[in-house]
Design a protein around this ligand. Structure first.
Ligand code: B3K
Ligand code: ZN
Length: 852
């Protein structure tokens, strides 16, 4: 397996201005005839190389004649004497046999494609690199009964009837695009149709294509799409450019969704929702993913990536755009809290482990392994910081300039930063380190107050940790939104300031500080760093009760809990009253909205506690968290019962109603920690009375961890009601895999043999395996049984679908963080993976790098 390096980038030897494809489609045997117009790029005498993956050429013609060609490692090599040529190839595929779900494959009778990053080469021979942009014309023909709907990118030009019950469609995409944005779909689908009028008055035909039965569950996705289209016009000035926009949902999909030009293809879990089957979180995720894929039309399709090292150019920016959209549609503070939680849960561990890589990686073996939280979520933080430093207006000018300058091009991260600099006049040279230096910067803060002069001096220092292959890093630019809060008054002293910590150490003075100041720093999580600050007694309590910045207030509360939880895990006797009092204050507040309360009452996960400790001992952490939850539940019974008793109609999807439901289930969980018997009764009542999936799942989640007859009753009822509904049945698997009971491992092993479990559907596999692996206490059982189980599952699915398998390897890669016995057991499973014959390069890369 060879590594590819960013510094080796060379422009393509041959360009392909035009691609014509002719598909004769069927599930078992599809014929693809491709005609490429190729043009030599620059002065050289290198042959034309077309990538292929598991393709066998039936025939190859150059300019109409039989050509001299050779296959080198799956790639088609053709010597061309002139500067131009027309290459015709014919291949045969079996979509039904394609278990990798890359290229052309079958999902429940629908034929569909997935090409990013390198799936197009599984359909036909092509350079298949993002800096080769072509105009596509696609003819598809298929049996009319099985595949009445035929879709591809761009505009529908013509349709017709063929022989033997077939029909055909001709599609043309006027926008040159890289091959990874190619898509087609053939199937028996119904459409939810709508019209969107763009800001310049053009009418766009929208359609969401699903199985006929699922049509009633597409309304929210359609509403989200229209909201996203309007938002991109208003906030970024970006208008949609084709006359139609199609979304198709399929059940078997390797990740969330794909932004193919004019024909987005989605994992059905990010399209289908109604109040009976989807939680509020599902609704929010659908809005976020629909918006994300739509936003890619500009940040991804119109301006694409030069090479895959630049992936964050489109992904970091587009995640930032979808985060801002969701914030505007709901609560900005709650959205920020959720995004930071995800960053800490997924990206910080990556940045601190063996697979750490910069936002713009330097090398890869399998590019699919680099669709990471670093490229996506840290990438989004980098964009957010640029906006914070430049200000909203200059940032918008920068994005306008970027889109203008690079429209129709394949660009780099450097191009984006340069546009921001040119539009704002702000020098971002040092800021660029965010693209090249991996690792989460550590910031320490120390404040001294001189009561006599009224001057508070804040001393800040930063350190960027070493990561594999990279030590001795330079200081970065860390924008820290900061304010002082009076220790006595609880009021903010003066305006918020934006401090740029851009050296190893910086001192900042605040004048006119009359009372002892408390430090409210990194507000809104303005820089993605780990902050350590000395806190005086009572400081976090005051900030948690009165910091006017909601995010900072939330942070102080979480920090308060973390301190108690970590102390408890270390075996210290802890005083839980500060946490209880903070929670009491939150519950009693009239100023806070219920969604925020729900967040503030959610304790840091066991994994997060572990991330803050030198050595992770899962049992000690579990016991500590359990004890604090019991104490809180017992002390705040009345207030929690009140919050649990409140409710909102399932049909009400307003942010307020969602908040009420969120708080309801958080309160139920805490109450149950205090009194499991009463909790079981309440949970069963909530489950039975629920008119929506949020309340139902919230209750089931609590029951999942109990030893009570109500548990079996509820899980049984849930299964009977939803067994035919794939997406809801995933929840049934996921909830049991996340359960906090001593027998979770045995239950999960049984579920892996359940008749509804399958390795072939990525959602189902992840529902069981990823949720179990994220269940720290169960997965890290001292016997090592959890490690063996997950390894077995990785190896089993690797034979079918390497992408899905590789995603699960990093949990084992964290072995160095655990106490020695577990570390050794985890390492042994990684060794076992690497020693497995026939391993995919996806899994090989992740496992071998995790061992170094
Ligand atoms: N661009 C796709 C991700 C493709 C993943 C390929 N392994 C979806 C998205 O980020 O919008
Ligand atoms: Zn994306």
């Amino acid at each position: 397996h060879v590594a590819i390096y960013r510094q080796d980038y060379r422009p393509p030897d041959w360009l392909v201005p035009e691609v014509t494809l002719d598909f004769d489609l069927s599930a078992d045997r599809t014929r693809v005839l491709s005609t490429l117009k190729v043009v030599r790029n620059g002065q050289h005498d290198r042959p034309l190389q077309l990538a292929g993956d598991e393709l066998k050429p039936v025939s190859v013609h150059v300019d109409g004649s039989q050509a001299r060609w050779a296959l080198h490692n799956d790639n088609l090599v053709i010597e061309l004497s002139g500067n131009e040529g027309t290459i015709e190839t014919e291949v045969e595929l079996s979509p039904a046999a394609n278990s990798k779900l890359m290229g052309l494959y079958a999902s429940g009778g629908i034929l569909c494609t997935q090409c990013e990053s390198e799936g197009f080469r599984r359909i036909t021979f092509h350079p298949d690199r993002p800096d080769v942009l072509s105009r596509y014309r696609v003819r598809m023909s298929a049996d009319k009964t099985s595949f009445p709907i035929l879709l591809a990118n761009g505009n529908l030009v013509e349709t017709g009837e063929g022989e033997d019950g077939t029909h055909w469609a001709l599609w043309d995409d006027p926008f040159p695009k890289p091959s990874y944005l190619f898509a087609l779909v053939a199937g028996d689908l119904g459409a939810n149709r709508d019209i969107f009028t763009t800001m310049s008055g053009r009418k766009v035909e929208l359609a969401i294509w699903v199985r006929e039965n699922d049509l009633p569950r597409t309304r929210h996705a359609m509403d989200s799409l229209k909201a996203a289209m309007r938002w991109d016009e208003e906030v970024y000035g970006r208008e949609y450019d084709l006359d139609l926009f199609n979304i198709v949902a399929v059940d078997d999909f390797n990740f969330g969704a794909m932004e193919n030009k004019g024909l987005n293809i989605f994992n059905s879990r990010y399209v289908l929702a109604d109040q009976d089957t989807a939680t509020d979180a599902d609704f929010d995720n659908i809005a976020g993913v629909v918006a994300h894929e739509y936003f890619h039309n500009w940040s991804g399709d119109r301006v694409t990536c030069r090479d895959w090292f630049q992936l964050s150019l489109k992904e970091g920016f587009t995640v930032f755009r979808d985060q801002s959209f969701s914030a505007d549609m709901g609560s900005e503070a709650v959205k920020r809290i959720d995004d930071v939680r995800l960053l800490r849960a997924a990206q910080f561990p990556e940045d601190g482990g063996p697979l750490a890589h910069p936002v713009r990686p330097e090398s890869y073996i399998e590019i699919t392994n680099f669709y990471t939280a670093t490229v996506y979520n840290k990438g989004a933080e980098v964009i957010r910081m640029m906006r914070t430093i430049l200000g909203a207006d200059s940032f918008r000018k920068g994005s306008d300039l970027y889109f203008d300058r690079h429209d129709g091009q394949a660009a780099t991260c450097e191009d984006f930063v340069t546009a921001m600099e040119d539009a704002s006049g702000i020098d971002l040279s040092q800021f660029r380190l965010w693209y090249s230096q991996a690792g989460t910067p550590k910031v320490t803060a120390h404040m001294i107050h001189d009561a006599a002069t009224g001057v508070a001096t804040l001393k800040l220092a930063q350190h960027v940790p070493d990561t594999p292959g990279h030590s001795g890093k330079q200081p970065m630019v860390l924008p820290l939104k900061t304010a002082l809060i009076g220790a006595d008054s609880g009021a903010q002293l003066g305006d918020e300031r934006l401090i740029l910590l851009d050296r190893e150490e910086v001192e900042v003075e605040f004048e006119g500080v009359g009372e002892p100041p408390l430090l409210s720093i990194n507000r809104d999580f303005s820089a993605p760093v780990l902050l350590q600050s000395e806190r005086r007694a009572g400081e976090l309590e005051t900030l948690a009760a009165s910091d006017p910045n909601p995010f900072a207030r939330y942070e102080a509360g979480q920090e308060l809990m973390l301190r108690a939880l970590i102390a408890g895990a270390r075996g210290e006797v802890i005083d839980s009253s500060p946490v209880i009092e903070a929670m009491r204050g939150t519950l009693m507040s009239n100023a806070l909205d219920p969604a925020f309360k729900g967040e503030a009452l959610t304790m840091p996960t066991e994994a997060m506690i572990g991330d803050r400790m030198e050595i992770v001992d899962p049992d000690a952490i579990h016991a500590s968290r359990d004890a604090l939850r019991r104490a809180v539940g017992a002390a705040l019974t009345a207030l929690l019962s009140e919050a649990q008793a409140a409710g909102a109609a399932g049909s009400d999807l307003s942010p307020h109603a969602k908040g009420v439901r969120r708080l309801k289930s958080v309160a139920l969980a805490l109450l149950t920690a205090g009194d499991p018997g009463r909790g079981a009764e309440l949970a069963k009542m909530q489950f039975d009375a629920a008119d929506n999936m949020t309340d139902r799942q919230g209750a089931l989640m609590v029951l999942a961890s109990l030893d009570a007859p109500e548990r079996e009753a509820a899980f049984g009822a849930f299964y009977e009601r939803y067994r035919a509904d794939t997406l809801v049945l995933d929840k049934w698997f996921a909830l049991q895999a996340a359960s906090q009971r001593p027998d979770t491992m045995s239950v999960v092993e049984k579920l892996a043999a359940h008749r509804d479990f399958t390795l072939k559907n990525p959602n189902r596999w992840r529902a069981l395996v990823a949720n179990f692996a994220a269940n720290q206490w169960a997965f890290h059982d001292a016997s090592g049984r959890g490690y063996r189980f997950v390894t077995d599952m990785i190896l089993a699915v690797d034979r079918l679908n390497p992408q899905v398998a590789a995603r699960q390897v990093p949990v084992l890669g964290r072995w160095r963080r655990f106490e020695p016995q577990r570390a050794e057991l985890m390492r042994a499973q990684l060794e076992r993976i690497v020693a497995t014959p026939g391993l995919s390069k996806d899994v090989f890369e992740q496992a071998s790098k995790s061992l170094v």
